[in-house]
Design a protein around this ligand. Structure first.
Ligand SMILES: [Zn+2]
Length: 303
């Protein structure tokens, strides 16, 4: 048994994950707009472990727990997490925080890489050796596998595919560059554009937004927005295909909820025009299947 923790841009999930990557018990909470996020994260984890210990889930001690795996946005390094921009945290020493309570191995990975590992081992990409996972959500997270192995750069997580430039002098990105892939193709950007175009309130839920879009998707202005999104997405794919020649590209994050709006149009365009230098190596397009659990499950996977 392992403990998986997923610290997202707006929520935390903590779970017990068994040896087959199945979630046995899970607890989730919002952490958006919170004054002391660090304290909250610590107390959520401690309470979760205590509650499950009291349930007798692992026989009154921690000996059945092999490790704690953490999926986090930002840059994990030396047991700490740096630059969690969406939570306003510059540096979180999560290893020190957890060592106060538990004497267990701790591993921290970038959340996009965790989701990629989970989809590769248990989900949409398990049948492919060479493949790319893109998490289209608040930003774009990614993991690239060649010959079954997750590719890693030495100094930082690397493979910041969300920050490939797809437009010269394009939209200003939070990273400081202009024209980054995620400033055109994150789901956050797409949803913001729909809200603006439809004069919808900022606080509208994702489900209501999707309902609205399904009803209006054939109107000219929305059809154009969807087409532009797909065009930009394919520019990103095209660059990835020519570098990695993947057998499959899987799309996760909140993109999956919007599949009825995008996926058919995306496939039609993608396979009917030329986007790969070697046209015979066009990858399959897949939808992620593990949903929000991918980060937690991936956090516990050994590479
Ligand atoms: Zn960027």
């Amino acid at each position: 048994m392992k403990i998986g923790i997923d610290i997202g841009g707006s929520h935390i999930g903590i779970a017990l994950v068994n040896e087959y990557g199945k979630i046995i018990e899970k607890s989730e909470a919002d952490i958006e707009n919170m004054e002391n996020v660090e304290n909250f994260i610590e107390s959520r984890i401690v309470k979760f472990v205590e509650a499950n210990r009291d349930n007798g889930k692992w026989g009154n001690n921690l000996s059945e727990i092999e490790m704690i795996g953490i999926a986090a946005p930002g840059i994990p390094r030396d047991g700490k997490i740096f630059s969690m921009c969406n939570l306003g945290i510059k540096e979180l020493d999560i290893s020190a925080m957890l060592r106060k309570h538990y004497n267990l191995p701790i591993r921290i990975r970038n959340d996009g890489k965790c989701a990629a590992l989970a989809e590769k081992k248990y989900g949409s990409l398990k049948e492919y050796d060479d493949c790319v996972f893109l998490c289209l959500g608040t930003g774009i997270g990614a993991g690239v596998f060649l010959q079954g192995k997750l590719l890693k750069a030495g100094r930082a997580p690397g493979f910041e595919i969300g920050h490939l430039v797809i437009e010269k002098d394009g939209i200003q990105c939070k990273c400081g560059k202009k024209g980054c892939f995620e400033t055109y193709c994150s789901m956050k950007r797409f949803k913001d554009n729909v809200k603006k175009l439809a004069n919808l309130p900022d606080e509208i839920s994702s489900i209501e937004l999707l309902d609205y879009l399904k009803k209006h998707q054939d109107e000219k202005k929305f059809a154009k927005l969807i087409d532009e999104y797909i065009d930009n997405l394919i520019i990103g794919f095209s660059n990835l295909i020519d570098i990695f020649e993947p057998e499959a590209i899987a799309l996760g994050g909140s993109f999956v909820h919007f599949k009825d709006v995008f996926f058919e149009k995306l496939q039609k365009k993608f396979y009917n025009e030329k986007y790969a230098f070697n046209s015979e190596f066009m990858p399959e397009l897949k939808l992620a299947v593990l949903g929000n659990d991918a980060g937690i499950i991936g956090a516990t996977i050994e590479e």
